[in-house]
Design a binder for this molecule. Structure first.
Ligand code: AMP
Ligand code: MG
Length: 390
């Protein structure tokens, strides 16, 4: 059985970035930039007014604060006339500054008459209220580096620079297969021996949080049904997440079905709790994660293995664990790495009660998983632990 770090290393070796493609900027939301973006223009593209007011030549103030108003320019148009001594142009926010003007006085700091205006702003200086061409970015400047995930701020920034397409890594297509003849959909009446199926909704939500599209399938404990489904899905998805049936019981068909189909199994079983039976394989071009059926095991393996692998495929880096100071006491046996549901705040971490792998109540209260190393057994307040924020 391999250790947790060995399992991580195998996934890192096997999983590569998916190909990149060029998409319309809105479609790039939450994708990772594969190529840097360079500016096609200066932004703003021209000197423009930050205020509603009057544009004039600052040097003219030395003669008089009174100006003749010889025209008007609003956002979207230009003023093509020439300014003579102590002449001003009425201007509105975003409008192009007339070529001869260099300063704008806001209208609240003027006295307006029919054809004249008096500048009363005592603090005005050369260039006041003028937003300069190229003051956000210059043409050919790098706007965003490759490797950045495109959020709404970056979308706004690139759109403001006139960028309408970007090259990003493809997002993996993911299929979730739940196995178990005992499972019924929440909402249906419970029957003897059956339990409610929770893994598919839970993992689907976790994937939606990563802005990923999923397909969901339910399979009973049948070698034939599972093989058929795996064979079909492995040709059309990048990642298949199976829950349940990955152990060694008589009804655990994940490993036998994969072997029968000729899949490459990279590992099966990791020295960890929860999630010891975890399996990682490849069939055609699809990476396959076989997660144990117990819901807390499935989610723990998702956070620690599947999510990082999905990050790698999208051009992101393997997530780093943070550190926090333990607040309570905990004991475990030597030999397995434990991932424990915990609550982190202000740099402290408290391990929750209810770590058994069939329980989801502690997960519902957790905001991180703390990592308890394989060889350690006693954990006391003040110890530094690695934590994975959820
Ligand atoms: P397995 O890994 O198939 O042996 O399942 C381990 C435990 O998890 C069993 O108690 C199953 O009933 C339960 N289980 C398996 N799949 C699910 C699921 N999708 N939702 C909730 N519980 C499940
Ligand atoms: Mg099962």
């Amino acid at each position: 059985m391999i250790s947790v770090p060995e399992a991580f290393d195998i996934i890192k070796q096997q999983v590569n970035k998916l190909p990149c493609h060029t998409v319309a900027l809105p479609q790039a939301f939450n994708c990772v930039l594969a190529k840097p973006v360079f500016a096609l223009y200066d932004t703003p593209p021209f000197n423009n007014s930050a205020m509603d007011g009057y544009a004039f030549r600052f040097a003219d103030l030395q003669y008089s604060p009174n100006f003749s108003v010889i025209g008007s320019v609003s956002a979207g148009s230009t003023f093509n006339g020439t300014l003579m001594k102590n002449e001003a142009v009425r201007i509105f926010t975003g409008a192009c500054i007339p070529v001869d003007a260099d300063t704008v006085v806001m209208q609240e700091k003027t006295i307006q008459n029919t054809h004249t205006v008096t500048v009363t702003d005592e603090e005005i200086t050369l260039g006041s209220n003028v937003r300069l061409k190229g003051s956000q970015n210059k043409v050919n400047e790098m706007l965003v580096r490759a490797g950045n995930s495109i959020n709404e701020m970056i979308i706004g920034y690139l759109a403001s620079a006139g960028i309408d397409k970007v090259t990003v890594y493809q997002k993996p297509s993911v299929c979730i297969i739940t196995t178990g003849t005992e499972l019924i959909m929440p909402g249906l009446p419970l029957q003897p021996g059956k339990i409610f199926e929770s893994n598919s909704w839970m993992l689907n939500a976790a994937l939606n949080k990563m802005f990923m599209q999923t397909q969901l399938y339910a399979c009973d404990d049948s070698m034939q049904h599972l093989s058929n489904l795996l064979a079909a899905k492995a040709t059309e998805t990048d990642v298949i997440i199976i829950t349940g049936g990955v152990s060694v019981g008589d009804y655990d068909f994940v490993a036998p079905a994969l072997k029968q189909l000729g899949a490459q199994i990279f590992f099966h079983k990791v020295k960890q709790k929860p999630g010891k039976p975890l399996l990682f394989a490849k069939l055609n071009n699809a990476f396959i994660f076989g997660l144990p059926g117990n819901p807390a095991s499935a989610l723990s393996c998702f956070y620690n293995y599947v999510k990082p692998a999905l990050h790698l495929m999208q051009g992101m880096v393997w997530p780093m664990y943070q550190t926090a100071l333990l607040q309570n006491t905990f004991q475990k046996k030597e030999g397995l790495t434990h991932f424990v549901k915990s609550v982190c705040n202000n740099g402290g971490v408290t391990i929750l009660n209810g770590q058994e792998s069939y329980l989801l109540n502690s997960f519902a209260a957790a905001n991180c998983m703390a990592v308890l190393p394989e060889t350690a057994t006693h954990f006391e307040p003040g110890m530094t632990l690695e934590v994975l924020p959820l």
